[in-house]
Design a protein around this ligand. Structure first.
Ligand code: XMP
Length: 326
């Protein structure tokens, strides 16, 4: 039997009861596969790795070792939430690595988007590998592979490419959600008690804010981007757009314009708002954000975020614009 093929008889998981049944089955399968051995998981805080972590904690508790690498390109509060939910509430065996300086030092002065992506991907593997080597008796590697990953590629998550670990560090894989579609993963996550902020999270690229802090990343501009993005998310929560819009974020280009602040010349970066709707991310349309919401966001970002002096709205559908700016 091809274990990477979803059986035709497998019903789409929609209800809590179906999710509970799936969880119970997987708990037994994982226990049988793993026995009393240890399992390692790269926990990014995204939907898929979070659901795998919660499922494995239920199945094998402290035999699961979660490693969360903060590459310094997370959105505001995301690493903190991983620590709160998994470290505090679920009492996971969690190793938190703040690798911000390592990533940002490697990225200093690099403006080419593909090169930036490569640096972030490679450094992630190096950091994760270093941590894995410090641990003893790890026999398995858990991955948040989901069914579209199998359909679209070779089944390895490209953006957090732990499948790219060195030859001598190959583990047997534990992939409990590999036959699920994204909507089912969310239902299972909810049934496992994960918060909506994790389960209903928007797609977020593996290289994180690195693809939205355009050109060569600097700490001050990255910080401005993170704060402006947090304000956008807060205001979308308040006005109800958060539950309606597929993906929304801020990008900050590497250019300044002249402005006036406190009666003085104030050179700053523009914050670009992008809010799109799509079903498959291949094409996307623009959300028509009400002007009162835009005015409020503009006032907050320009008043509260150091370094930003203008707010722009991206009206470009995909195609011709990609969703991310890069
Ligand atoms: P583009 O910019 O190509 O983005 O229109 C399409 C969707 O893919 C997301 N994206 C990524 N997702 N790893 C991911 O998991 C990545 O490296 C990555 N890059 C882009 C993007 O946010 C959008 O939803």
């Amino acid at each position: 039997m091809d274990t990477n093929k979803r059986p035709d008889t497998m019903a789409r998981i929609k209800t809590k009861e179906q999710a509970d049944e799936f969880i119970a089955q997987q708990v037994e399968l994982v226990k049988a596969q793993v026995g009393d051995k240890k399992v390692l998981l790269a926990l990014s805080g995204g939907v898929d790795s979070s659901v795998v972590a919660a499922l494995l904690i239920k199945a094998i508790g402290k035999q699961l070792v979660c490693v969360h690498v903060n590459h310094g390109l997370m959105r505001k509060g995301e690493s903190e939430e991983v620590i709160k939910v998994f470290g505090d509430e679920l009492d996971a065996n969690l190793i938190y690595i703040d690798a911000t300086d390592r990533f940002l030092d490697k990225l200093a002065g690099v403006s080419n988007p593909e090169e930036k992506r490569k640096i972030i991907g490679n450094e992630f593997i190096v950091v994760f590998d270093e941590e894995a080597r410090k641990l003893e008796n790890i026999s398995f590697l858990a991955q948040g592979t989901i069914y579209p990953d199998i359909l679209e590629s070779d089944g390895v998550k490209a953006h957090h490419n732990v499948g790219g670990l060195p030859e001598d560090m190959q583990f047997e894989l534990v992939e409990p959600i590999k036959l699920l579609y994204k909507d089912e993963v969310r239902v299972v996550g909810r049934a496992l008690g994960l918060p909506s902020s994790m389960v209903d999270r928007q797609p977020f690229p593996g290289p994180g804010l690195g693809v939205r802090c355009l050109g060569a990343i600097t700490r001050d501009r990255l910080n401005a981007l993170r704060e402006a993005d947090a304000i956008l998310r807060e205001e979308f929560d308040i006005c109800g757009l958060a539950g309606k819009v597929w993906q929304y974020f801020v990008a900050v280009p590497d250019m300044k314009s002249v402005g006036v602040k406190n009666d003085k010349r104030y050179e700053g970066w523009p914050a670009i708002i992008r809010a799109v709707n799509t079903t498959d991310a291949m094409t996307a349309t623009i959300e028509e954000i009400p002007y009162d919401v835009l005015h409020k966001i503009t006032a907050r970002i320009t008043n509260e975020v150091e370094g930003i002096n203008r707010v722009l709205l991206d009206l470009t559908p995909k195609p011709i614009g990609t969703i991310e700016w890069e």
